[in-house]
Design a protein around this ligand. Structure first.
Ligand SMILES: Cc1ncc(COP(=O)(O)O)c(C=O)c1O
Length: 416
């Protein structure tokens, strides 16, 4: 464990008044939840919003509402994404169908999507990974050919816009995550949004049947919030980052999570969500622009549709080789640069999915798992940090093999 400035890969700070509002929310849950729902609908210009305990819970609820109205059972998801996505599909008792991605856009390979969609496709889940807007127009056109729904996974893209439209509001239904490292956080939490009245009717039936979260879950979330508030700052993050048993940043597939309605504490913690979201995304856009100026010209940033309105959660960067990714991650970890190796393997390699996709290969997803890193964009990242990260990245192309042979640290001197 090294005591030093250490950036988390993502961060959505909570402030002292938010904690107070969280406690106050416990006392009048119905009112704070109703306020939050109203604010979300007005801000995102949607007719319906539903509040849940996580993004996963939101996706499970959406899927259950669709399942109740159709005999179709297949859900198409990208072969490279967060492992929560296949876990939600399985938790809803549906079948995962994987489609490969284009490693240069992180989005579905549309030709492959067209080939995989069929008469048993209930829905296509389309994430805006790291905030990079997916091609909703193209995906919706393909979904239409088979009558499948489009679920817009804006877990990592709350507050991002494309062509003036909010991400999360363009599919049949969309959802946001309010988890620890997202654009705005309540410890954990999720929001479903839709403009479709029929979708909302089906959702309301499932939502009504959801339980409130048990006290143990509320307590666990309260502890997460307090620990996050204390330790997320770069001056203290070296402590949790140096404790491997915490498993920070690990990607796990798990079915063990509650699917519950949001409680008053989470809704209270979100009382200032609009200003926090706007400030958080303003920082991300500014830091993204700094990286664009400072990263060497050979760095392959994946921001195919950059615009003033694209608020990336983390900045995806495709390293030329897997060795260079490994070397950069090692150095970045040593110097506390907040670079993340992202998801370690394609979804086809998760044991719970592998059995149904044994003979299939997903070259785009494999390339991303091998070569993708993300750079931090959150509000704790300073210009100095951007310089240090850019310097670390610029050491690699051409030098990687030598660096690996000689031991990474000796070949890299990163200004502190
Ligand atoms: C793309 C994507 N979808 C869904 C989720 C699930 O959200 P949550 O962590 O709030 O359950 C995540 C979480 O990181 C995600 O990144």
């Amino acid at each position: 464990m090294k005591i030093q400035r250490h950036l988390p890969p993502t961060a959505a700070p909570l402030f002292f008044p938010d904690l107070m509002n969280g406690i106050a929310g416990l006392l009048r849950p119905a009112q704070v939840c109703a306020n939050l729902e109203r604010e979300l609908k007005s801000y995102f210009g949607v007719r319906h919003a539903f509040l849940l305990t996580s993004g996963k819970a939101a996706l499970v609820t959406v899927l259950n509402s669709m399942k109740a109205r159709s005999s179709r059972r297949q859900i198409i998801i990208p072969a490279y994404s967060c492992y929560s996505v296949p876990s939600a599909v399985h938790k809803a008792g549906l079948d995962v169908v994987l489609c490969d991605v284009d490693p240069h856009s992180l989005d579905f390979d549309l030709a492959k999507l067209q080939a995989v969609v069929g008469e048993n496709t209930l829905a296509i889940v389309t994430p805006h990974l790291f905030g990079q807007p997916a091609d909703l127009k193209g995906i919706k056109a393909i979904a239409k050919t088979s009558g499948a729904f489009v679920i817009e996974d804006a877990a990592q893209a709350m507050g991002g816009r494309v062509g003036g439209q909010w991400l999360g509001t363009q599919g049949d239904v969309g959802f946001f995550s309010l988890g620890r490292g997202k654009n705005v956080s309540a410890g954990s939490g999720g929001v479903i949004v839709t403009n479709s009245d029929s979708m909302a009717d089906a959702l309301a039936v499932v939502y009504k049947g959801l339980p409130a979260e048990p006290a143990s879950g509320l307590l666990a979330n309260a502890l997460t919030v307090v620990a996050t508030k204390m330790l997320l700052h770069p001056l203290l993050y070296w402590l949790p980052a140096g404790l491997p048993f915490l498993g920070l940043g690990e990607t796990k597939y798990s079915l063990d999570y509650p699917v519950c309605r949001m409680d008053g504490m989470r809704a209270g913690l979100l009382s200032s969500w609009r200003s926090r979201l706007e400030e958080s995304n303003r920082c991300r856009i500014k830091t993204h622009q700094l990286f664009r100026k400072r990263l060497p010209s050979f760095a392959h940033i994946i921001d195919a549709r950059p615009s003033d309105q694209s608020a990336y959660l983390r900045l995806p960067l495709l390293m030329p080789t897997a060795q260079q990714k490994a070397a950069l991650c090692l150095i970045a970890n040593d110097y506390g640069l907040g670079v993340s190796a992202s998801y370690p393997a394609p979804i086809s390699m998760i044991p719970e999915v592998a059995s149904t996709h044994q003979s299939q290969r997903f070259p785009g997803a494999e390339a991303l798992a091998a070569r993708l890193v993300t750079l931090p964009l959150h509000c704790y990242v300073t210009e100095d940090d951007v310089d240090r990260i850019a310097m670390a990245v610029s050491r690699f192309p051409g030098e990687a093999e030598e660096a690996i042979a000689q031991g990474y640290k000796q070949t890299c001197v990163i200004a502190k």
